[in-house]
Design a protein around this ligand. Structure first.
Ligand code: NAD
Ligand code: UGA
Length: 480
């Protein structure tokens, strides 16, 4: 029986290993983590992450061939294949701070593998890492090995949160990179055999190590670039009277462009796009490719511009001040169907409004008050480090109130902002919301999910990203 161990029981390690265990009943899969509370949650009734379909998969194989444990050394020692799916945040200090990937967690995992291994192993990079990381990992493992042979593979993960189980069941592709030696090819085949239990062979791509590592960064950069491109267009649409949804539809019909990932928004968020592009930029700079680095940097700049533009639009339309005004924030997660708030655009929008002394009433169906307060008090890039490095009890801000109902959030508010595209926000009773708000009542739709004409009929002043402006907003064009 093949034994797999995955170091890191997070958004990637947990769902990915659960699906491997489900699809490969003859493989024993152990997911290990240094976080005692995370492992306890994986073994309990309330899983540590919200992901549609995940609970069902975990329940089918937990304690059958899927195990969650803090006994890291035992499971690593016993495994034939060790996946490493630990966090690879942006460095906050020292060389490359604010750009380079921090490989502290990866390195400590690699050193631990070297310390406890008693048999040959395939070590799989599941985390997103800078290109050439496998070389460093190989050095750590081989310099510490006692006659033990390691093969390093790069097998980046492409799942998106909110659709992780669907993506894992039916991936567009599985990418495996390895050494072009007979041993390297043998290791690739061993990992291919695992995925072949459910992924059609023509969707399993094999490459050399560096292509696999770089393809992951490239894929995220291309995806994020699409969003920044359409968001840049949204600003031009507002200036000219074009409608960004119509423009996206029209260009997406070109099969070379395609319709997906062209939704204009308040900006992209999530744990990876920004981090991975910054990492890509850093690698380009280290290789002397300044123009290439600047090209990708612009994707982040436009994303920051979009978030600022949204805040400025709110403030300028409310007579250039939101001081003391109640603003309802509907949605805090970085996208729908997840409780994840890492790098959510809501953090920057809320901080921008708080900077202008607004009072915020925040509602998200999946995010806790503790998480929101923590996010709003944390420094940039600190969020992706273990909990003990984060502020323990963030100062509760009197300007921020977290509620469990959209109507309560909007009661007596001057404005409502939609920051996450949760389905339930599409079907709220907006007449009721309008009746209970201060007038003029504003709605700022940062996700383009609402029926603008209907809202205007009710009496709202509506701003929807990239859509023709209300006369009200045209008159308050003091927007950055
Ligand atoms: P995460 O923070 O949810 O999980 C990482 C886990 O690793 C944490 O639980 C942490 O406690 C644990 N950990 C850190 N160091 C450890 C060590 N030495 N030993 C044992 N456990 C350790 O992160 P994530 O979202 O699962 O992302 C993991 C990696 O996958 C990152 O490199 C990320 O870029 C990449 N990735 C993420 C996604 C996503 O959608 N979140 C998708 C594709 C790739
Ligand atoms: C993204 C990629 O889609 C995954 O392939 C990749 O594995 C993952 O990053 C990763 O490496 O972590 P994820 O961040 O979970 O997945 O979610 P996305 O669906 O890509 O959304 C990212 C952000 O872009 C969200 O804030 C979303 O609202 C925004 N977005 C997405 C838009 O603003 N417009 C769109 O058209 C699509």
């Amino acid at each position: 029986m093949v034994k797999i161990c995955c170091i890191g029981a997070g958004y990637v390690g947990g769902p990915t290993m659960a699906v491997i265990a489900l699809k490969c009943p003859k493989i024993e899969v152990a997911v290990v983590d240094i976080s005692v509370s995370r492992i306890a949650a994986w073994n309990g009734d309330q899983l540590p992450i919200y992901e549609p379909g995940l609970e069902d998969v975990v329940k089918q194989c937990r304690r059958r061939n899927l195990f969650f444990s803090t006994d890291i050394e035992k499971h690593v020692a016993e495994a034939d294949i060790v996946f490493v799916s630990v966090n690879t945040p942006t460095k906050t200090q020292g060389l490359g701070a604010g750009k380079a990937a921090d490989l502290t967690y990866w390195e400590s995992a690699a050193r631990m593998i070297a310390d406890v291994s008693k048999s040959n192993k395939i070590v799989v990079e599941k985390s997103t890492v800078p290109v050439k990381t496998a070389e460093a990992i190989e050095k750590i493992l081989t310099h510490n090995s006692r006659e033990i042979k390691y093969q390093i593979l790069s097998n980046p993960e492409f799942l998106a949160e909110g659709t992780a189980i669907q993506d894992l069941f039916n991936p567009d592709r599985v990418l495996i990179g390895g050494r072009e030696t007979p041993e390297g090819q043998k290791a690739i085949q061993a990992l291919k055999d695992v995925y072949a239990h459910w992924v059609p062979e023509d969707r399993i791509i094999t490459t050399n190590l560096w292509s696999a590592e770089l393809s992951k960064l490239a894929a995220n950069a291309f995806l994020a670039q699409r969003i920044s491109s359409v968001n840049a267009m949204s600003a031009l649409c507002e200036a000219t009277g074009a409608d960004v949804t119509q423009v996206s539809h029209a260009i997406g019909k070109d099969t070379r462009i395609g319709p997906r990932f062209l939704n204009s928004s308040v900006g992209f968020g999530g744990s990876c796009f920004q981090k991975d592009i910054l990492n890509l930029v850093y690698i380009c700079e280290c290789n002397g490719l300044t123009e290439v680095a600047n090209y990708w940097k612009q994707v982040i700049k436009v994303n920051d511009y979009q978030k600022n533009r949204f805040v400025n639009r709110i403030v300028s339309s409310m007579f250039n001040t939101v001081s003391g005004k109640k603003i309802a924030i509907l949605g805090f997660a970085f996208k729908k169907d997840t409780g994840d708030t890492r790098e959510t655009p809501a953090i920057d929008v809320c901080k921008g409004l708080l900077g202008d002394k607004a009072k915020l009433s925040i509602y998200d169906p999946q995010v806790t008050e503790d998480q929101i307060q923590r996010d709003l008090s944390m420094k940039k890039f600190d969020w992706d480090h273990p909990i003990h490095l984060q502020p323990m009890s963030p100062p509760a801000s009197k300007q921020v109130n977290v509620v469990w109902d959209a109507y309560q959030a909007a009661k007596d508010a001057h404005g409502v902002c939609i920051l996450t595209e949760w389905d339930e926000f599409k079907t709220l009773d907006y007449q009721k919301i309008f009746d209970n708000m201060r007038k003029p009542a504003y709605i700022f739709d940062g996700r383009n999910i609402l029926d603008v004409a209907k809202l205007r009929e009710i009496g709202f002043i509506v701003y929807s990203i990239g859509k023709p402006l209300d006369p009200w907003h045209k008159d308050t064009l003091a927007v950055a």
